[in-house]
Design a protein around this ligand. Structure first.
Ligand code: NG6
Ligand code: CA
Length: 498
């Protein structure tokens, strides 16, 4: 049989294009620390799949989220804008309205405009609908589908916040119309037991003085009150497996197209309630077990790509939305069975903190067709994905959009080993880093957050650290280098007023 030349040519042309445009899977863990993986030096826990990913890709030792909590970090990831520029980007309740502006270009829209199929599977936590008061029993929008995702399978906020349901595209999954859902963050609604009134019904107790004692779902006290939707409520032990199944379904369906999947894992955020096969496996309590589940999940995705023959030209980015915390509201043995494990490695601080443990997180980019394995000390941030991918696709981002995002493509693929020269981090206080010098703005408030057991980085006077020698932030050089403090403070003001 003779194949016409033009058909052959167009076939190879298409192949060429497919080669050029990698599939991209952005896996974002929730509260995973810099020291939580064996490829980042953990010795008390072994995470072989992430070891494999790191060994075959670029492992960054200075990779960051913008913020030390979830909502602001994810806001920056989506918009390429520092979250502290906008009010209302702090940790959102489960009934919050969408906070992503709809007139700006988002990260998934960059992919859509480049012809990609896009999806989010996992934790959202950026609000849904036009307002707080919304009907969970009808179409819920705007949400992820209105800001760039062709498909969405999410839970609205966090695993510890109601409503504890999945939302697929615009609708609550498995909703029973005769048992409508209502949600309230102001006061108790309905007659269902709460953690406060019926602690005897809990299978995992909340930590004293850390809330999590409202409506009980699946034996776990939550933040916020809900009624109805009994059939739709998730089982925590199945959460991760459900997200994995949906992620795989999307990959399978889009096998032929370039796709962008934002796979937002829920581990090791509280409540840590991994599947039975991971229970007690780590020896470190539920937090360690959740990390093993996370590692396994990443391995399953890698296997799926291999089996479909698309591993080579699929870029997997693995990172975390903020630093680690042990006791974040439940008595789950994360503290008592720590067994010498160091969630931040040698860094100070953790989740909520202005110190490096707050935003310096695991950061791995794996793309066999496009990058060589390396360990890179370049300063890279999730905020730069937007302009970097836009540059890859030769897209212009209109003025006034993604204003804090930089094209750091060369750093992401390991070619450039410096990355950003200036970066602003958000814990409680703001910090600015320039050429490895970090200045933390003076901030009132306790130096130690005692319930979560984390150094906040708060100090009433300036802090200055030379991260090139002291990423542990042990030597405050502010009094020795007043000029540097002044210059960095002025630069931060300039960036704030941009
Ligand atoms: C805090 C919760 C914490 C966690 C966090 C959000 C209390 C006392 N603590 O307010 O448990 O849910 O919010 O975490 O309620 S994040 O990773 O989504 O930012
Ligand atoms: Ca988080």
């Amino acid at each position: 049989m003779r194949i016409p030349l033009f058909l052959l040519l167009s076939f190879f042309c298409l192949q060429g294009i497919a080669q050029k445009k990698p599939n991209v899977i952005l896996i974002c863990a929730d509260d995973l620390g810099y020291g939580d993986l064996s490829c980042y030096g953990a010795t008390q826990i072994k995470t072989p799949n992430l070891e494999k990913l790191a060994a075959g890709g670029v492992r960054f030792t200075n990779g960051h989220s913008t913020s030390a909590t979830c909502t602001p970090s994810r806001y920056a990831l989506m918009t390429g804008e520092y979250p502290w520029r906008k009010k209302g980007t702090g940790i959102l309740p489960g009934d919050a309205a969408l906070i992503i502006p709809r007139n700006r270009k988002t990260l998934p829209q960059v992919f859509q405009d480049a012809g990609y199929q896009t999806a989010i599977v996992g934790k959202w936590h950026l609000g849904l609908g036009e307002q707080v008061e919304k009907n969970w029993n009808e179409e819920i929008k705007p949400g992820p589908n209105e800001v760039g995702f062709g498909y969405s399978f999410i839970f609205p906020a966090t695993a510890d916040r109601v409503p504890t349901v999945f939302v697929e595209d615009h609708r609550v999954l498995a909703l029973d119309k005769t048992d409508p859902i209502a949600v309230n963050y102001q006061q108790k609604i309905g007659n269902e037991p709460t953690g406060k009134e019926n602690p005897e019904l809990l299978k995992m107790k909340s930590s004293p003085q850390q809330g999590h004692d409202n409506t009980i779902v699946n034996g776990i006290g939550r933040i916020g009150f809900m009624t109805g939707g009994k059939m739709a409520r998730w089982t925590d032990e199945e959460l991760s497996l459900t997200f994995l199944a949906k992620a795989k379904e999307f990959i399978a369906a889009k096998n032929q197209d370039p796709f962008f999947l934002y796979f937002a894992l829920t581990e090791p955020h509280v409540p840590r309630m991994p599947a039975t096969m991971f229970k007690d496996k780590s020896g470190l309590g539920a937090r360690g077990d959740a990390i093993l589940q996370l590692d396994w999940t990443v391995g399953e995705i890698m296997k799926e790509l291999e089996n479909r023959g698309i591993a080579k030209n699929t870029m997997i980015i693995f990172t975390s939305d903020n630093g680690p915390v042990l006791d974040d509201g439940y008595q789950d043995e994360a503290v008592t069975r720590l067994n010498g494990h160091k969630p931040t490695g040698t860094l100070r601080g953790g989740k909520y903190s202005a110190l490096e443990g707050g935003t310096r997180v695991p950061f791995i980019i794996h793309w066999p067709a496009g990058i060589k394995p390396a360990v890179s000390g370049a300063l890279v941030s999730q905020i730069d994905f937007l302009k970097s991918f836009a540059a890859l696709f030769q897209q212009n981002i209109p003025n006034g959009m993604a204003t804090d995002s930089e094209n750091q493509w060369d750093a992401f693929i390991g070619k450039n080993r410096i990355g950003r020269s200036v970066y602003v981090e958000q814990g409680g206080a703001l910090s600015i880093i320039k050429d490895n010098w970090k200045y933390i703005t003076p901030q009132a408030g306790p130096a130690y957050a005692k319930f979560v057991g984390i150094e906040t980085g708060n100090l009433s006077s300036a802090q200055l650290y030379d991260l090139s020698k002291d990423k542990e932030e042990k030597n405050n050089l502010a009094t020795a280098h007043p000029d540097k403090v002044k210059a960095l403070a002025a630069l931060l003001e300039e960036i704030k007023n941009k």
